[in-house]
Design a protein around this ligand. Structure first.
Ligand SMILES: [Zn+2]
Length: 207
């Protein structure tokens, strides 16, 4: 094999680039498309302090959801120094992923299963939109396409509302718009959470 200088130089350059890539963590990648691709694995890359802050915050908001006090979440006492909504920079990754991670279990706490209460919420949204169509528990359980679409829309609205309520959590909390984030390349991540919520509601899994 000819290991003359130019080729050897290319090889070294290649190995060096590989080394840099391997040393990077998902949180180090600024492009959203890459952050999105790494998303399912992302929590595994957090260190124990970061994970503990994330879990603390999820538990805090789940409890607020359980008490149905989300609208007044800014007034509820907590350890702001460990709150990843007050301080998104506690977790070195795209903060939208962190916010989505926190709001998802709270939605599940509010509506843990596919039952008549959820049917009424979905139909309430349809009525508000001026739609004549209504879902039933049977249609949803049978996987009726239009009804499932309405269910999916309800989950989207719940996530968007939750993000809105997180934005007024504290002076340092961030404001995310679900539609804007979707357009900015977060669609797969959002759909992943929507599917997770719907599956758990179908299986009546606890958040
Ligand atoms: Zn906070």
């Amino acid at each position: 094999m000819d290991f003359s200088f130019p080729r050897c130089h290319c090889l070294l350059e290649f190995l060096y680039s590989l080394l840099i890539l391997l040393k990077m963590r998902p949180g180090d990648f600024p492009p959203r498309s890459i952050a999105e691709r790494d998303w399912p694995m992302a929590p595994n890359h957090l260190n124990s302090d970061q994970l503990s802050c994330l879990e603390y915050t999820k538990a805090h908001f789940k409890e607020i959801a359980r008490q149905n006090r989300f609208a007044e979440n800014s007034a509820i006492e907590h350890d702001a120094s460990r709150c990843v909504i007050c301080h998104a920079d506690l977790i070195p990754r795209n903060p939208f992923l962190t916010y989505l991670d926190v709001i998802t279990p709270s939605v599940k706490v509010r509506r843990p299963r596919l039952d008549q209460a959820l049917v009424e919420e979905i139909n309430g949204d349809l009525a508000m939109l001026g739609e004549d169509f209504r879902v039933t528990l049977e249609l949803l359980k049978d996987g009726d396409e239009r009804s499932t679409e309405c269910w999916r829309d309800w989950v989207h609205t719940a996530l968007a509302t939750g993000l809105g309520l997180l934005s007024i959590h504290s002076p340092t909390s961030l404001d995310f718009d679900l539609d804007e984030e979707r357009e900015a390349g977060m669609e797969a991540v959002i759909e992943d959470k929507v599917r997770e919520i719907m599956n758990d509601q179908l299986m009546a899994r606890e958040a």
